[in-house]
Ligand binder design. Sequence first.
Ligand SMILES: C=CC1=C(C)c2cc3[nH]c(cc4nc(cc5[nH]c(cc1n2)c(C)c5CCC(=O)O)C(CCC(=O)O)=C4C)c(C)c3C=C
Ligand SMILES: [Fe+2]
Ligand SMILES: [Fe+2]
Length: 355
Amino acid sequence: MQQSKRGVLLVNLGSPKSPEPKDVKPYLDEFLMDKYVIDVPFLLRALLVRGIILQTRPKRSAEAYKKIWWNEGSPLIVLSERMHKKVSAQAEVPVVLAMRYGQPSIDSGLKALRDQGVTEVLLFPLYPQYAMASTKTIVELAQKLVAEKYPDLHLHHVPAFYNQRSYIENLARSIREKLAGFEYDHLLFSYHGIPERHIRKTDVTKSHCKMDSSCCATKSPAHEFCYRHQCYETTRQVAELLQLPKDKYSQSFQSRLAGDKWLDPYTDVEINKMPAKGIKKLAVVTPAFVSDCLETLEEIAMEANHEFKENGGEEFMAIPCLNDDDTWCATVAEWINDWAATGKVFAPRTAEVTA
Ligand SMILES: C=CC1=C(C)c2cc3[nH]c(cc4nc(cc5[nH]c(cc1n2)c(C)c5CCC(=O)O)C(CCC(=O)O)=C4C)c(C)c3C=C
Ligand SMILES: [Fe+2]
Ligand SMILES: [Fe+2]
């Protein structure tokens, strides 16, 4: 019998090719026409996205991208590549990098693995918390491509790692290191928002998630796919490791689009109220992102920083994402090597943190 050969596909969100409207527009079109991002019937989605949003947003987004763009390219892509390089160097199986939108595509990543003789692929969405607009859309697209173009590949995927002990430890350590010497008044955990409707849609019990103060803290099978619960858990476990007093940290959701009701409280609203409550020195960490990107470098490090100070704040620190941190890359390589050796993702030695 032929032996299977294992390989890994790391997948991040993706960025436009350049910060010019001509490249931002097709990127936003691919992103927002995804049925798991704007989850309405095709014709309505096309009307909303192509008839309304894409008429003005590419120009505005391009201006934002220009503010954060590096000589080497989009920070999200460059940082993902740096992470990929370090992980690859320590992994015992081939590791390829892909993006859900734009290039390098998931299709090209699967092909590259297949061409190296890989038959079993571990799909690794680079999102700590599960959302249909991030994790699910990657898994569904990869499954579709395998069925249509690469039937000899066998696909597995890494589940959300929001509560894996080694992830929590990496995040807590990185926050501690960045905060050393900064006498902050408050630490805000700001996560990318999603519409509340997405939480209800991914509730496997169809009744648990009520978006109230207790559902996400009450044990339920819904939590395997509940972005809100998983954000609260990441925050709770990191705060516990850092021994943060309850009044020294809080959680909010950023980057909402107009229209639907999105998860709250909203980061911009919360930050603007803080100086009046006596919070003059603020640190913000963004654990929904593994790599720094437009949402962390522009929306938080520039815009939120500016607004905070306009409202009376004095000092602001945007804590970088884990990016290509050496220990974090070693952790990811260890997860990969555990799977390559055992066929299991998250072996017992990376068991969940218990309260
Ligand atoms: C945590 C992962 C992400 C989720 C969940 C998510 C949901 C989501 N996003 C939009 C709309 C936009 N997001 C944009 C940028 C962006 N989003 C994520 C991650 C998640 N999005 C990242 C990493 C980035 C940055 C990409 C980069 O190139 O740096 C944008 C584009 C920028 C802009 O025009 O503001 C949009 C639009 C929706 C609608 C959504 C859930 C429904
Ligand atoms: Fe987004
Ligand atoms: Fe909940």
